[in-house]
Write a protein that binds this ligand. Sequence first.
Ligand code: ZN
Length: 198
Amino acid sequence: MNVLTLLINYLKQLEGVGERQAKKWALQLLYQPPEYLEQLGSLLLQLSKEDWQCKRCFHIRQQESAYCAICNDPYRGKSKEICVVADIFTLLAIEDAQIFRGKYHVLGKLISPLKGTLPEDTTIEALLKRLDEEGIEELIFALPASNEAEMTIAYIQKRLEGKALRFSQIAVGVPFGRSLAYTDALTLAKAFQHRIVL
Ligand SMILES: [Zn+2]
């Protein structure tokens, strides 16, 4: 397999990037001067070594801080509500919609026996630790409508059995299995408003 085909295959692994888009990018890169490609290559290498996650919620941390802008916010940092999301894309979509003023927790992955994803492959353990430390009273699950999300919520609830915590789930108006990151602001706002108590 030549380098170009390999590159196209790599780019295709990114969410939302199809064959055509991957080819377009790969061909554009082909026409860049060697210095550009070397610089890009070194940036990608740096990225792979970068410690970019917030130590608390796994969002992108602020420069010169172990925590993200939300955890560092004097008001939001004290919130007793955590919105549990699967990925940073969803967190950013909720932030753009300006519908939530609490804190987040990014799971990274959802539990999936099919894909072999176990609870320890997610950040669930770190979430459980946060609850007492931060005096959390409510967990709001903003996860996509999927079997994996259901399994993940069930697992977290089981681990917290007997604790005085409120659980709710946003009322998802998006097709089953579709990422919340691509949901528009109005739909997300409605989903938050009509959240279901679990
Ligand atoms: Zn954070």
